[in-house]
Design a protein around this ligand. Structure first.
Ligand code: SF4
Length: 316
């Protein structure tokens, strides 16, 4: 396979709209869609990903092809959920030519255990392994150097794309990996939020569930080691079962690694680890309640590039 252009899709609206704009301008000749799956995406993210990929590639899926949210096993039943998603990936790849839905087979918690490193707001071994290293390896094996990679960054985030004085940006990060990043949504005409929603509706798509629930991103089932204290409080309220699962896995990792935690307690001017269990019992200050981060995991910003360098080439 020697696609000239690869659109990196994630199950989010940005990557869909970026690929959609590219296809509206250039068509689908030579286009591939690459999805690196953490196997813990929200059910509706998978549904949106399949519907969006079919729309981009001009494929009419048979009725009932996309499962309903209730057809998936419980997210917390990780083995059953992973098996269901991998079978779904196989069906989607066969139905949508040009869709490359790949997975390492592990989820983010498996990576923390394997690396003996719990992801946090600064360092993200999960995305370094399951997103960046996997994508780079796939591109190296399947595409020519300087393949164009479409990313879902839009004009409001253009600094993340072009970089600032202390941050080379996503374009530079892809150049380091030997490919050229394109961000069609940074080009004019810029899309406002209502225009984005209208375009989704026009194409028969929808705003994915996590976005509707107010999450800042649509990754990892709402979970993210980089998200802040306020985000995790929302997780506890909206998805208590997922929160309980994360709390258990964090406790198990602490039994191996000692006093590590995903979150940081900054009260009193000193930083110390704060567990998900401790957060559940905590009265949040206004600052903590508003700490809700996006993730940007695929592209690896400052911390991400450090872990990319740290982890690249060390994964089997
Ligand atoms: S969304 Fe967060 S937890 Fe998931 S892979 Fe990206 S950085 Fe890791």
């Amino acid at each position: 396979m020697a696609s000239l252009t690869i659109a990196s899709i994630s199950g989010g609206t940005g990557s869909y709209l970026a690929a959609r704009r590219y296809v509206d301008q250039h068509g689908t000749d030579g286009l591939g869609l690459l999805f690196t799956d953490t196997l813990c995406e929200d059910q509706d993210a998978y549904r949106f990903l399949i519907a969006g990929a079919a729309d981009i590639m001009g494929v009419a899926l048979p009725a009932g092809f996309i499962p309903e949210i209730g057809d998936f096993p419980a997210w917390e039943d990780r083995p059953a959920y992973k098996a269901f998603v991998m079978a779904l990936a196989g069906r989607a790849r066969r139905a949508i030519p040009g869709l490359f839905w790949i997975a390492d087979g592990r989820d983010v918690w498996d990576i923390y255990e394997a690396k003996r490193f719990l992801g946090n707001s600064r360092l993200d071994p999960c995305s370094a392994v399951l997103k960046r290293a996997l994508a780079k390896r796939w591109l190296d094996e399947n595409c020519a150097p300087w393949t164009r990679v479409i990313v879902g960054i839009d004009h409001e985030e253009i600094e993340r794309f072009v970089g600032g004085p202390k941050n080379g940006g996503i374009r530079a990060a892809w150049a380091q990996r030997g490919h050229e990043a394109l961000a069609p949504l940074c080009d004019t005409p810029h899309l406002s939020w209502p225009q984005r929603l209208a375009e989704l509706e026009d194409r028969g798509l929808w705003l994915p569930r996590l976005n509707r629930l107010g999450f800042a991103h649509n990754n990892c089932g709402g979970f993210c080691c980089k998200a802040g204290i306020g985000h995790w409080r929302d997780m506890a309220r909206i998805f208590p079962e997922r929160y309980a699962y994360a709390e258990r896995r964090e406790r198990e990792i602490r039994e191996i690694l000692g006093n590590v935690a995903m979150l940081t307690d900054r009260r009193g001017g000193q930083k110390k680890p704060m567990t998900l269990e401790a957060l559940r019992h905590r009265d949040l200050s206004p600052d903590e309640a508003s700490e809700k981060g996006g993730c940007g995991c695929f592209f690896g910003e400052d911390a991400g590039r450090a872990t990319l360098a740290e982890h690249d080439g060390r994964e089997g």
